[in-house]
Design a binder for this molecule. Structure first.
Ligand SMILES: [Zn+2]
Length: 243
C-alpha cells in the first residue's frame, strides 16, 4: 500500500461563504482533484450561516455532482444538541449520537429527501463534529441507500457491517510518514489567504499522491485490521486523557 491523499470539504449550504468556496473549487479544478463535499440539507447552525442565502445553491451542487465530486449528506440542520461522542468520539457533542433511533431516522430521512427531490444523490454520509452512533447507522440503512461513511481513525478503508468506512484523520495538509489512505478535511468557510496558499502549494508539490473517492473500490475493502484497531484505540484513549 502506498500513500493516498483525499480531500474532503465540510459545510456546503446556501449560506456558505460563496467567494471562498469558489476559490477552493478553482484550485481543485486546476489540479483535477475531485473532493468529497458535505452538504447540509437544512442548515440552522449560526456558525455556518455566513452569507445571504444563495438561490443558486442547488445548481451549484448539481454541477459538482456532474463534475464527479463525491456528494455526502452532512447531517440535517448541523446543530449539535447532545454531549455524546458516539462511536467516533472526536468531540463530546453531536447532532446525532445519543438521540433515540426514531429522532435520528426523521433527521436522516428529511435531509436525504431534501437532496434527492432536487436531483442530488448523496452516496456518502458524515456527521457534524464527526460524531454518530449505532442508531445513526441504523437510520441510514432504513431511510437511505447510503452505505459509505467518511470518518474514523484508521490507515485504510474497512467494512463495518454493511458499511464501508473511509477514515478521515487530518484537519490540514501535512506530509505523513506512514502508508495509507489519508483524508484531509477542510472548512472553506473559515479559510483565509494564507490557508488557500498553503492548500494550493501542498497540492502542487504532492500531486501524485492525490486520488478521488471514486478510485476506492468498495468491493475490495476488507475488515478493520489489527493495526487499525490498535491505532484507533490509542488515538481515542489519548484524546480522552487530554480532555
Ligand atoms: Zn460540519
Amino acid at each position: 500500500m502506498k500513500q493516498y491523499y483525499l480531500v474532503r470539504l465540510d459545510d456546503a449550504c446556501p449560506q456558505m461563504n460563496r467567494l471562498r468556496w469558489q476559490r477552493i473549487e478553482n484550485i481543485l479544478d486546476k489540479y483535477g482533484i475531485k473532493p468529497m463535499v458535505g452538504i447540509i440539507p437544512h442548515n440552522e447552525d449560526p456558525v455556518t450561516c455566513i452569507d445571504t442565502i444563495d438561490t443558486n445553491f442547488t445548481s451549484k451542487v448539481l454541477n459538482w455532482q456532474k463534475k464527479g465530486w463525491a456528494i455526502a449528506l452532512h447531517g440535517y440542520n448541523h446543530v449539535c444538541t447532545t454531549i455524546t461522542g458516539g462511536i467516533n468520539p472526536v468531540h463530546k457533542r453531536s447532532e446525532f449520537a445519543g438521540l433515540p433511533l426514531a429522532e435520528q431516522k426523521e433527521k436522516i430521512s428529511k435531509g436525504y429527501k431534501t437532496l434527492i427531490t432536487v436531483g442530488i444523490h448523496p452516496k456518502y454520509f458524515f456527521a457534524p463534529s464527526h460524531t454518530y452512533d449505532e442508531n445513526t447507522l441504523k437510520a441510514l440503512v432504513e431511510e437511505t441507500s447510503i452505505r459509505i461513511i467518511s470518518d474514523s481513525i484508521a490507515l485504510q478503508p474497512y467494512k463495518q457491517g454493511v458499511f464501508t468506512m473511509i477514515p478521515c484523520q487530518m484537519g490540514r495538509f501535512r506530509r505523513l510518514p506512514i502508508r495509507g489512505y489519508w483524508t484531509f478535511c477542510f472548512h472553506p468557510n473559515g479559510m483565509d489567504d494564507v490557508a488557500f496558499d498553503t492548500f494550493e502549494h501542498f497540492i502542487k508539490t504532492n500531486l501524485e499522491r492525490f486520488i478521488n473517492f471514486s478510485d476506492i473500490d468498495v468491493n475490495k475493502v476488507g475488515k478493520k485490521t489489527i493495526v487499525d484497531r490498535l491505532l484507533s484505540f490509542v488515538y481515542f484513549t489519548l484524546r480522552k486523557i487530554k480532555g
